[in-house]
Design a protein around this ligand. Sequence first.
Ligand code: FES
Length: 100
Amino acid sequence: MSDLVVCNFEEVKETRGKRIVVDGEEIALFKVDGKVCAISNMCPHQKFQKLHEGMFENGIVTCPMHGWAYDVRTGISINASGRVKIFKTEVKNGRVIVIK
Ligand code: FES
């Protein structure tokens, strides 16, 4: 397990995702109620890495490809059987840390 500083807290917005790459793995960051959530950017449906581009509202991101939607706090889909991998995050001194 490793802790990696990936960006500044201000770079993560309440209204859209932010794509980062950690150890070659795409991760999408979202901000919900002032906290940063990190999920795999790969949608389990057809493996497109587009979740960071999805519509994001009230903690739910909708894959722009075919509409599967996920709660970014849990990774669980709210309208399909899929689940995306989630990562723990911390914010220290204004920096976002993803724990892999
Ligand atoms: S790839 Fe995400 S819904 Fe199809």
